[in-house]
Ligand binder design. Structure first.
Ligand SMILES: NC(=O)c1ccc[n+]([C@@H]2O[C@H](COP(=O)([O-])OP(=O)(O)OC[C@H]3O[C@@H](n4cnc5c(N)ncnc54)[C@H](OP(=O)(O)O)[C@@H]3O)[C@@H](O)[C@H]2O)c1
Length: 336
């Protein structure tokens, strides 16, 4: 059986993904012990995978080798299994391949059988997926957000950010977002109902954040940061004493190979801040509990997620680039 999939040919430069990845066709190897073969229905586009495409050896996981298939989360149906607990016809989510099929070791790739009662299968890549887990963990555990505290989220109109702002709101916080463009800010305030949103593309973020800090409560108690870079400096000087910065991602550095080095680092001491990175594979063992909480909110209609869906494997790179140019609101998915 042949598989069409995206293979890494070289390290991408910025958002020029078409020079670095190529769609190839190859026969699938025989199924090994412990493996499952999946017909992919959906590919999840995740900004964090951009790091795996660099040659950085000091990241939170090793780079994907040149010549390897591009890896990412997928949802699909098991069409053959030599793994305990998985049978033909099962709907699963797993780290798989950007291809028509994924063939993976079920255990090593974190394959999970999905509850077929969830009508919208896209939710397994959004609110009930890794973005949901990350948003919940970052707000509740790392950020330790408490009712009535002021929470700020960057890349707030993206998949992880939209969930983070809503979870903070559900926990009773006053929530502010940073996003690129008036339409995204309007969406966050009018559709999601957060207290305010700052357009970082419209000018100085610091000045815009001052209006958020002018009200009751002063500055921010929690910053859920997806971006890093210069905006982090604007926020560091507007944090309340004993505030927490939950470092979820460093989007401003992913494509350029730069390193976030906050100029305002001293504010961590001056304001007695706690700054902590967190990484979803570290709390995989909590997945059942996190999914149950997210599913409760999802079933109650309390977690909105717009989906930005592109059709066709051949259009994958177009969808992927949106994450780095700001072309998406919500979760970017490729449907096959
Ligand atoms: N720690 C973890 O375990 C974990 C797990 C999942 C995701 N994450 C992190 O969560 C973040 C969001 O990932 P996602 O997959 O949910 O993507 P996403 O938020 O759906 O899309 C990325 C968004 O980030 C914004 N952006 C891109 N480049 C930017 C830049 N240079 N400066 C400022 N904003 C930029 C864009 O929106 P604008 O229009 O607003 O610019 C874009 O829409 C990433 O940092 C990712 O690494 C971390």
């Amino acid at each position: 059986m042949n598989n069409h999939y995206w293979r890494i040919h070289s390290r991408p430069d910025g958002t020029d993904f078409s020079s670095a990845l190529a769609l190839v066709k190859e026969p699938l190897p025989d199924l090994g012990p412990g493996e499952i073969r999946i017909r992919n229905f959906m590919l999840s586009m995740d900004a964090g995978t951009r790091l795996w495409l660099t040659d950085r050896e000091d990241g939170y996981q090793p780079p994907l080798p040149v010549g390897a298939p591009m890896t990412g989360l997928v949802v699909g149906e098991v069409i053959a299994s030599r793994a305990d607990g998985f049978a033909e016809g099962d709907l699963v989510r797993t780290f798989g391949m950007w291809g028509e099929f994924s063939q993976v070791d079920a255990l090593m790739s974190g394959a999970m059988r999905l509850d077929p009662s969830v009508a919208d299968k896209r939710a397994w890549l959004g609110p009930l997926g890794m973005n949901g887990w990350t948003a919940l963990w970052g707000i509740e555990q790392t950020g330790a957000a408490k009712p009535d505290e002021k929470v700020l989220v960057s890349a707030a109109a993206g998949a992880t950010g939209i969930l983070a702002v809503q979870i903070a709101k559900l926990l009773g916080c006053e929530v502010w977002g940073i996003a690129g463009g008036a339409e995204k800010c309007r969406f966050l305030t009018k559709e999601i109902g957060i207290a305010g949103a700052v357009d970082y593309k419209a000018g100085r973020v610091g000045g815009q954040l001052d209006s958020a800090c002018a009200g009751e409560g002063g500055g921010f108690d929690v910053f859920f940061d997806n971006v890093g870079g210069p905006v982090l400096d604007d926020v560091l000087t507007r944090m309340n004493h004993y505030g927490r910065i939950a470092v979820c991602g460093l989007l401003s550095d992913y494509g350029s190979g730069t390193r976030t080095a906050p100029r305002e680092f001293d504010q961590i001491l001056m304001r007695r801040l706690r700054v902590e990175g967190f990484f979803s594979p570290d709390f995989m063992d909590q997945g059942e509990r996190l999914t149950a909480q997210l599913k409760h909110w999802h079933d109650a209609g309390q977690l909105t997620m717009p989906y930005d869906v592109t059709s066709g494997l051949e259009n994958t790179l177009f969808a992927y680039a949106k994450l780095f140019t700001g072309g998406n609101i919500g979760k970017v998915i490729v449907e096959l």
